[in-house]
Design a protein around this ligand. Structure first.
Ligand code: PLP
Ligand code: COI
Length: 343
C-alpha cells in the first residue's frame, strides 16, 4: 500500500479529503448497511431538521499507527456510547454502538493510505456525524436519519503542538446552560462559542475558559477541550459540571494520574479563584491531547504558569503516559487500544 503524499510531520488540524466515507440511513424503523462513498458531499432536503433546528450530533476520535505497525483506535467504545447519549438527548435515533465500532474500523481500513506513519506526531482523526434528514418544518424530531463517518489526517489542534497556550476567562458569553445540552456533543454548543473564541483570539489569547452560566464562579471548560489543574500539593483537579462534555481523554488521564503517577484526583466544582494557586494547568481532549496552559487571564489579573515553549513536569508525564499507550510504547494495561483488523 502506498501512502498518500503528505507532509506528515507538519499537518495541521484541518480537513483534508480522503478516499471514502461511509453512510448509513435510518428509514422505516431500521438502519441500512454501509454505503461506501467517494464524493465528500451529501444531498439533503432543504427542510431537514438538522439544518433548521440543530438536530445533529458528532464524535471525534483518533486512529494511530503504533510502533509495531499495528493500527489502533483509542477507546472507540466510549465514543460509541457518548454518541448514543448525545442522540437520545436531542431525540434522535441513536446509531447502534456495535455498528459504530465496525463503521470506524471500516472507514480506517478504506482510507489506510492516509494513516500517518508512526513517529510523525500525526494521527488519523475519525469524525462520526448523525443528522436528522426528514424535511419537516414544524419543530419536532426527524423520522429519518443519516449517520456518516469520515476520516482526515491531522496534526496538533493548537499550532505548535506542545507549545503552551494562553486562556482568557470568559464572563460575558455562555457556551451552555446548566440544564441544557452542554454535556453532549451537539453542533449548537460550538456555534454558541464561536464569538467568545473569536473575541479571545482577537485579544491575543488562544482560547476561552468558560465559567458556569448560573453562578459565574466555577470553571467549566475551554471551547474545544476540558480543563485540568495541578495543585501545589500535586492533586489532579478537574471540573464536575452538568454543562461540560464528559471528555474521554480526561477520563483516561484521571486513571493515569491516580494509578500510574500516584496522584490524588478530584473531580469537583472549581472556584475560578483557584487558578491563582495551581502550579500547572492543561486543556485535554482528543484533538488537544494535553495542551499545557501558559497563562490564564481573569478580569484584570493574569496567572502565568510557564514560559514560552515550556511544559510543566506533571503535564509532560501525563502526556507521555497517554501518548505512550496510544502509540504502543507503553503497556496498554487498561484495554484502551482497539486494534483495527487490516486485512
Ligand atoms: N470538551 C469539548 C467541548 C470538546 O469538543 C471536546 C472534544 O471532543 C472535549 C471536551 C474533549 O473530549 P474528548 O477527550 O472525549 O475528545
Ligand atoms: C475533539 O477533540 O475531537 C473535538 O471534537 C474538538 C473539536 C472542537 C475539534
Amino acid at each position: 500500500m502506498e501512502r498518500a503524499n503528505l507532509d506528515w510531520s507538519n499537518l495541521e488540524f484541518q480537513y483534508v479529503k480522503t478516499d471514502y466515507h461511509l453512510e448509513y440511513y435510518f428509514k422505516d424503523g431500521k438502519w441500512s448497511e454501509a454505503k461506501i462513498v467517494e464524493n465528500d458531499t451529501i444531498e439533503l432536503s432543504i427542510a431537514a431538521t438538522s439544518l433548521h433546528y440543530g438536530q445533529q450530533c458528532f464524535e471525534g476520535l483518533k486512529a494511530f499507527e503504533q510502533v509495531s505497525g499495528k493500527i489502533t483506535v483509542f477507546r472507540v467504545d466510549e465514543n460509541a456510547r457518548r454518541m448514543a447519549t448525545s442522540a437520545r438527548k436531542i431525540l434522535m435515533e441513536p446509531f447502534p454502538e456495535d455498528k459504530f465500532i465496525e463503521a470506524v474500523y471500516k472507514v480506517v481500513q478504506l482510507n489506510r493510505r492516509f494513516i500517518p506513519p508512526y513517529g510523525t506526531g500525526a494521527s488519523l482523526y475519525v469524525r462520526p456525524l448523525l443528522i436528522g434528514t426528514s424535511g419537516i418544518v414544524g419543530v419536532k424530531p426527524s423520522e429519518e436519519y443519516l449517520f456518516l463517518v469520515f476520516v482526515t489526517p491531522v496534526g496538533p489542534y493548537f499550532k505548535g503542538g506542545l507549545k503552551p497556550i494562553r486562556l482568557l476567562v470568559e464572563e460575558e458569553i455562555d457556551r451552555a446552560a446548566p440544564l441544557g445540552v452542554g454535556d453532549v456533543k451537539v453542533g449548537g454548543n460550538y456555534a454558541a462559542g464561536l464569538r467568545a473564541s473569536k473575541k479571545a483570539k482577537s485579544l491575543g489569547y488562544n482560547e476561552v475558559l468558560y465559567l458556569d452560566a448560573k453562578h459565574k464562579k466555577y470553571i467549566d471548560e475551554s471551547g474545544p477541550a476540558n480543563f485540568l489543574g495541578i495543585t501545589k500539593d500535586n492533586k489532579y483537579v478537574t471540573p464536575a459540571s452538568s454543562s461540560i462534555l464528559p471528555s474521554i481523554t480526561n477520563k483516561s488521564l484521571r486513571v493515569l494520574a491516580e494509578k500510574e503517577m500516584g496522584m490524588k484526583v478530584e473531580q469537583r466544582a472549581i472556584d475560578v479563584e483557584e487558578i491563582f494557586d495551581f502550579k500547572e494547568a492543561g486543556c485535554c481532549g482528543t484533538a488537544a491531547v494535553i495542551t499545557p496552559v501558559k497563562s490564564i487571564t481573569y478580569r484584570d489579573r493574569e496567572v502565568v504558569y510557564l514560559n514560552d515553549n515550556e511544559i510543566g513536569e506533571v503535564c509532560r508525564d501525563l502526556y507521555d503516559h497517554l501518548t505512550g499507550i496510544q502509540l504502543g510504547t507503553h503497556e496498554d494495561k487498561y484495554g484502551w487500544n482497539f486494534e483495527v483488523p487490516m486485512d
